[in-house]
Ligand binder design. Structure first.
Ligand code: PEP
Ligand code: MN
Length: 299
């Protein structure tokens, strides 16, 4: 930032100055991200990729507890699960709301994994933030500017998903809305963009190229969401490995307890992988040191 006399209006050097790599002397000549910690779990550090896993939506205490235990056992460090779901149709399951938050709080204390959960409405930030350890801003909300400002003011780490039609500049400007409120603890999440594969062979297209592009332009760590990118469970493990190979700092993965849930889950069942499949992804990612995963990851 510029050195300004008191009372002067800051003149930004670009549309996303606070999240821009060039702004910071200590990051300018490197491609390392700034480390963001969620309850002590680091995103962007030198260790293996950080894994967030869990159900798409919190559907019941039993379902959430079973999946939380399973993903913890195989090495996930954070639990995901939505209590407020952004659904395309208003007639689809919208999440359990407050009941879902209560379940997340109980599961957190029972299993001990920090919680990543979505907030949809600026008026809910405090209520969701009381339970969450990291607030997820979903793809559909990426340019909900009042929500971005509110999560920025609240101060918890934020997982900011990319909208499927957002350019990198639009995405980084969205992050800037959070940063400008004083919160730089932002983790970017690439979750697939819309191309002509949509509705044909996969739900979205995982934009692997955006991972090194983020590295070069921004100090923020970036994770990939292979589940929403693929939309089909069988495609998720390879998409996850590809993202790690491109230098992603971690993954957020949807998991179902067993195969029957792929048909019966109230949201996104077909893309949920089994705990055993998550275990294989985690094992591979641990065996693949950061310096070998991506040319850009260690500079
Ligand atoms: C989700 O994480 O369940 C979700 C709704 O993701 P996205 O906002 O990327 O569609
Ligand atoms: Mn989902």
């Amino acid at each position: 930032m510029n050195d300004l006399p008191a009372g002067a209006t800051p003149k930004p050097s670009g549309p996303y100055e606070l999240v821009c790599r060039q702004t910071y002397a200590e990051y300018r000549h490197s491609t390392r991200p700034r480390v963001v910690r969620v309850e002590g779990v680091a995103f962007g550090g030198d260790g293996p990729p950080t894994i967030i896993a869990g159900p798409c939506a919190v559907e019941s205490r039993e379902q959430t507890l079973a999946i939380a235990r399973a993903v913890k056992t195989v090495g996930a460090q954070l639990l995901r699960g939505g209590a407020f779901k952004p659904r395309t149709s208003p007639y689809d399951f919208q999440g359990l709301g407050d009941e879902g938050l209560t379940i997340l709080a109980e599961v957190r204390s029972e299993v001990g994994l920090p919680i990543v959960t979505e907030v949809l409405d600026p008026r809910d930030v405090e209520r969701v933030g009381r339970v969450a350890d990291c607030l997820q801003v979903g793809a559909r909300s990426m340019q909900n500017f009042p929500l971005l400002r509110e999560v920025g003011r609240f101060g918890l780490p934020v997982l900011l998903k990319r909208h499927w039609a957002a350019t990198l500049t639009e995405w980084l400007c969205a992050a800037e809305y959070i940063a400008v409120e004083g919160n730089l603890d932002i983790i970017l999440c690439e979750r697939g963009i819309r191309t002509f594969s949509h509705d044909d062979y996969s739900r979205n297209t995982l934009d692997l190229n955006v991972i090194p592009a983020v590295r070069e332009r921004s100090i923020l760590p970036i994770v990939a969401d292979p589940s929403h990118a693929a939309g089909i469970a069988s495609m998720v493990p390879d998409a996850a490995r590809a993202a790690i190979g491109s230098g992603a700092d971690g993954l957020i993965v949807e998991v179902v307890a067993d195969e029957s849930q792929r048909c019966h889950a109230l949201c996104d069942g077909p893309q949920g992988i089994l705990p055993v499949e998550l275990a294989a992804i985690i094992d591979d990612s641990r065996a693949w040191p950061r310096g070998q995963r991506s040319k850009l990851a260690l500079k």
